[in-house]
Design a protein around this ligand. Structure first.
Ligand code: MTE
Length: 333
């Protein structure tokens, strides 16, 4: 993000949670002493994230609930993990790509509380353990295309946002979903000053239309590369919306609120002419200051190890096209 001054699976839908799988995952966590360990999980322990996922796989990951292939060009190389965890945008920890890895390591992610509220029949509060155990976890390889025209291919771990929303039971008046990142200036240096935080008015907020949020591609993400998320990538839980520019994929979520009006979003508030609400990846609509027709795919051990490729509409996730039928996507950018 720039500021102005400067195959996994094509299995069929609904491989529903097998309770025993999740209970046994809970048991494993308990045995390892992770559940209820509270502050033990804060601090530098997270620099090297818990890798209980690794031990659990397979068969603890459920088959994808997606009825289509999420990785349409499987031949593509995965971005090395070292890049994905060291070249980040997380302005709460600073504006340079190396800042989050440098300044987020002692960020405390347990205890955590994520509230799901607003226009719902069944408000929810999820704690850290719930986030890792309550929903069936899938591994999905997604391309993430940043508005700055670089992209990565990352094996994420998470569950469809739709599962969470269904559990909260949106009322018929709910039309949009508003998301909010934790506000904790003591831990997040970027929230202490406009200079350090790139001018964003914190907490960082994002939004989706309800039908976008219900699309099975929208992923509540708790892990990557077979491990829990490192703090710089949005631990303990973030959103990954692969058909939209990366800034929609809001990190370290504490609130999800169902609302009836289009919610404000951080980058749109800061520079409305450059960052719209929809932010669908669209090679035909240039950012006012640069083209979006091509991207630099980060593929090697050095950030300079890049492949220049054409950007695809919706980042190649054509499955979402019908969400935007009849909309002028140049106007609703
Ligand atoms: N979420 C919060 N809370 N703060 C941020 O600065 N940056 C966004 C998004 N989520 C950001 C955020 C941007 S611009 C991008 S490109 C992605 O996170 C980057 O995710 P990654 O660092 O895991 O690749």
């Amino acid at each position: 993000m720039l500021i102005k001054s400067t195959k996994r699976s094509d299995e069929s839908e609904n491989q529903v949670t097998d309770e025993t799988v999740f209970n046994s995952r809970r048991d494993v966590l308990k045995k390892l002493g992770f559940l209820g360990a509270g502050s033990l999980l804060g601090g530098s322990a997270l620099a090297n994230p818990l890798d209980w996922f690794k031990d659990e796989r397979p068969p603890k990951f459920v088959q994808s609930e997606l009825s289509f292939n999420v990785d349409t060009s499987t031949k593509q190389t995965l971005t090395p993990e070292s890049q994905a965890i060291n070249y980040n945008n997380f302005y709460e920890f600073g504006t340079s790509k190396s800042d989050p890895a440098k300044h987020a390591q002692s960020f405390k992610v347990n205890p955590w509380k994520l509230e799901v509220e607003g226009l719902v029949e069944n408000p929810l509060t999820l704690d850290y353990d719930d986030l890792l155990t309550k929903f069936p976890l899938e591994e999905r390889i997604y391309r993430l295309r940043c508005v700055e025209a670089w992209s990565m291919v990352i094996p994420w771990i998470g569950f469809s946002l739709s599962r969470l929303l269904k559990q909260a039971k949106p009322l018929s008046s709910a039309k949009y979903v508003a998301f909010e990142t934790v506000y904790d200036p003591k831990q997040m240096r970027g929230q202490r000053s406009r200079f350090l935080g790139g001018g964003v008015d914190y907490p960082y907020i994002e939004g989706l239309r309800l039908d976008e949020a219900m699309h099975p591609l929208a992923l509540m993400t708790v892990g990557m590369y077979g491990k829990t998320l490192p703090p710089q990538n949005g631990a303990p839980v973030r959103l990954t919306v692969p058909w939209k520019y990366g800034f929609k994929s809001i990190k370290s979520l504490v609130k999800i609120k169902l609302v009836d009006k289009m919610p404000p979003t951080s980058w749109n508030i800061l520079i409305p002419s450059e960052y719209g609400f929809y932010a669908n990846v669209n090679p035909k609509v240039a950012h006012p200051r640069w083209s979006q027709a091509r991207e630099r795919r980060i593929v090697g051990a050095s950030v300079l190890d890049q492949k220049r490729i054409d950007t695809k509409m919706f980042n190649g996730y054509e499955e979402v096209t019908s969400l935007y039928t009849g909309m002028d996507l140049a106007r609703y950018y």
